[in-house]
Design a protein around this ligand. Structure first.
Ligand SMILES: NC(=O)c1ccc[n+]([C@@H]2O[C@H](COP(=O)([O-])OP(=O)(O)OC[C@H]3O[C@@H](n4cnc5c(N)ncnc54)[C@H](O)[C@@H]3O)[C@@H](O)[C@H]2O)c1
Length: 254
């Protein structure tokens, strides 16, 4: 897809990977709709790129439907949907006191990360199917954000790795489902990235994660993620793929 002039919605666009993606796509000529539960952050990012913004909780159908209709009426229906909204809450199944961890510790992260991604993709795909096809019948492209924790989740990441595993495993399913409409679906599975989500990690944890990263020995940068998003959008033959983006990091059990 030639992305210049296309409409792109980015969930979680107020910070980190989503913010970098929103700015990168805007610099490449897209009209960008920034969605975030932190409306002020979404507005700030949108203002720097002359984009639109909407405050929304991706785990709520009503809130996300309202955000889509606000963005669509201001910049049009999306050809590109990048789902970055997410949280990294961790919890073990059983507490140190041998009690079962409250269920909502797991359901909340799955609702935001996995159901939130399905929520954005169902609304984006419905709009994309109404768009005129481009070269080779392409109507749109959607990118989910999984994690390497989808494949080697660490101790305490049950809810998080389940949510990211869900994003990884639904990618091919959706690519199959939407192929007849010319809509591609892919996911990126990042390793350790330099964003506000990881800035609070204690130094020993950060050092251990960096030392498990094969090469280069550092955190990934948000701009590098955004670059990959642009490449996926532009490269028609990338479809149904979950792309590890991790400097060959393989997470240890803890
Ligand atoms: N940073 C990493 O190392 C890393 C690694 C693998 C995967 N990821 C994934 O990348 C995505 C982006 O993470 P990040 O590092 O940029 O984190 P971040 O905390 O900087 O950004 C996440 C954004 O999502 C928003 N958000 C949270 N809950 C939301 C909700 N219910 N509705 C709408 N917006 C919501 C937050 O307000 C925030 O702006 C997440 O899905 C995360 O799980 C991050």
């Amino acid at each position: 897809m030639n992305i210049e002039g296309q409409v792109a919605f980015v969930s979680g666009g107020g910070s980190g990977l989503g913010e970098a993606t929103a700015k990168h796509l805007a610099a490449a000529g897209c009209k960008v709709g920034v969605m975030d539960i932190n409306g002020e952050a979404a507005e700030n990012v949108a203002n720097t790129i002359e984009g639109s913004w909407a405050s929304c909780d991706v785990s709520s159908s009503k809130s996300t439907e309202e955000a889509f209709s606000k963005l669509s009426s201001s910049i049009g229906m999306p050809r590109i949907m990048v789902a970055c909204a997410g949280v990294a809450t961790g919890a073990k199944l059983v507490t140190k006191e041998s009690t079962a961890t409250p269920l909502e510790k797991f359901s909340k992260v799955i609702e935001i990360n996995l159901i939130g991604t399905i929520n954005c993709m169902r609304l984006a795909a419905a709009e994309m199917t109404k768009l005129e096809p481009l070269v080779e019948g392409e109507r749109g492209v959607m990118i989910g954000t999984a994690s390497v924790a989808a494949f080697e989740g660490q101790i305490g990441q049950c809810g998080y790795s389940a949510s990211k595993g869900g994003i990884a495993s639904m990618t091919l399913t959706l690519a199959r489902e939407l192929a007849r409409d010319g809509i591609r679906v892919n996911a990126i599975a990042p390793g350790l990235m330099n964003t506000p989500m990881t800035s609070g990690l204690p130094d020993p944890v950060r050092e251990s994660l960096i030392s498990s990263t094969l090469y280069p020995k550092r955190l990934g940068e948000s701009d590098e993620y955004a670059n990959l998003v642009q490449h996926i959008c532009e490269n028609l033959f990338i479809n149904g793929s979950v792309i590890r983006f991790d400097g060959a990091l393989r997470l240890a059990p803890k």
